[in-house]
Write a protein that binds this ligand. Structure first.
Ligand code: GTP
Ligand code: MG
Length: 298
């Protein structure tokens, strides 16, 4: 299946909850009742109350200026306006160092595997760092991905200091002229301050291993958690300074509207989206494609 079709399939639940639910409004006259209903639908798809209110008031004022022809187009434009911006990861240095963080089970390791595969397909040499030294079998899980994607693999034993693993990975990547280093980390609750300190240390040590590293600090968010993910993101962002979001499990979620809330409330770009469990189910977040896929019928 082509990339766009995967995205479209992955967004089907969000499309049902948002665009399909709103479709009865598209053919009715635009008045206060219609706009109120639209606002409710937007809130239900997790764009966040502030953003929903903002979209509706923008359509209302455009309407009063006579610049709205149909509601469907106006909504599409308002959504696009709010997700436009950079997409994907821009490699700025060699090795390009990516640190991946997030709460338990959101899809960090899987996304790293998919990303390694993507870089491998582009002809780049990748080094994976087994920075989750905490969870049983986490090292082995990443090692399997390294084998599948022909990546170099750097590990210490279970229970070792993850910062040391991260440091070694950058050293090893420099020695072997790897293009990309991706550092896995253990899942952690943002409310556990000692675990957040550990992340700060990994971040600091990467900077010692190489100036400007890590170049990307990606927080993986599970789209099915919707608005709850925002609070996680705020705490991670405060602790280590995120550069972007990887939004996974969009395929299992009707809460894809969270993309808008992330942009509006956190001012962080969604850089990659996960739309399934397969190797090819991680894509650069392309705003125009996202909106097109969301609105495309059948
Ligand atoms: N449907 C779907 N499943 C996904 C996606 N991304 C990851 N998963 C699944 O989510 C589950 C957890 O993935 P992991 O990559 O192990 O998550 P993690 O964040 O590394 O977990 P911990 O290391 O335990 O914190 C796996 O079953 C993945 O296949 C996605 O985009 N869509
Ligand atoms: Mg993991």
């Amino acid at each position: 299946m082509a990339f766009f079709d995967r995205l479209k399939a992955g967004l089907s639940k969000t499309r049902n909850g948002l665009v399909h639910r709103a479709s009865s409004l598209f053919s009715s006259p635009i008045n206060e009742a219609t706009l109120e209903e639209l606002e409710e639908i937007l809130i239900l798809s997790d764009v966040g109350p502030a953003c929903a209110g903002d979209i509706v008031s923008s359509i209302r004022s455009r309407q009063s200026r006579g610049s709205v022809n149909d509601l469907r187009t106006a909504l599409k434009q308002e959504i696009l306006k709010r997700v436009t911006g950079e997409s994907g990861l821009l490699r700025v240095d060699t090795p390009f160092v990516i640190m991946v963080v997030g709460v338990n089970g959101v899809g960090k390791t899987t996304s790293i595997g998919k990303l390694a595969r993507k870089y491998h397909d582009e002809g780049l040499q990748v080094t994976l760092a087994a920075g989750d030294t905490f969870r049983a079998a986490a090292i082995e899980q990443l090692e399997i991905w390294a084998q599948r994607t022909q990546a170099q693999f750097v590990k210490h034993q279970h229970g070792a200091d993850p910062a040391a693993v991260a440091y070694d990975a950058v050293m090893s990547a420099q020695a072997r002229k790897s293009d990309v280093v991706i550092v896995d980390t253990a899942g952690r609750l943002h409310t556990k301050s000692n675990l957040m300190e550990e992340l700060k240390k990994i971040h600091r040590v990467l900077g010692k291993a190489m100036p400007h590293a890590p170049h990307e600090v990606l927080l993986v968010l599970d789209a099915t958690t919707g608005q709850n993910g925002l609070q996680q993101a705020k705490v991670f962002h405060q602790a280590i300074g995120l550069t972007g979001i990887v939004l996974t499990k969009l395929d299992g979620s009707a809460k894809g509207g969270i993309v808008l809330a992330i942009r509006e409330e956190l001012k962080l770009p969604v850089k990659l989206v996960g739309v399934g469990e397969g190797m090819d189910d991680l894509q650069d977040f392309v705003p125009e494609d996202f909106v097109e896929a969301l609105f495309q019928e059948s």
